[in-house]
Design a protein around this ligand. Sequence first.
Ligand SMILES: [Zn+2]
Length: 85
Amino acid sequence: MWESISEITFAVIGISFIGGLVFFARYSEKKKWNKGVCPDCGSTLVLNGWMIDSQGGRGWTCPKSGCDYTAWVSYNIDKKAVQGN
Ligand SMILES: [Zn+2]
């Protein structure tokens, strides 16, 4: 399967890179979602039923008028909050 050391090295770098991207995407979503609290005004974010895309991504918005903070979540970081609704 592996022809040479350079192919193994390439594969390892590739897998690490993808893993890093996933980790970073999850981390930035987690930061944006902020445990379901709007970082701008402190209100509890609301999950809008119509803001669920075909990929399963969920749009959480701030209910306070004038504050249109929105956090898109596609990883399972909001599982507890979704079940609580
Ligand atoms: Zn807000």
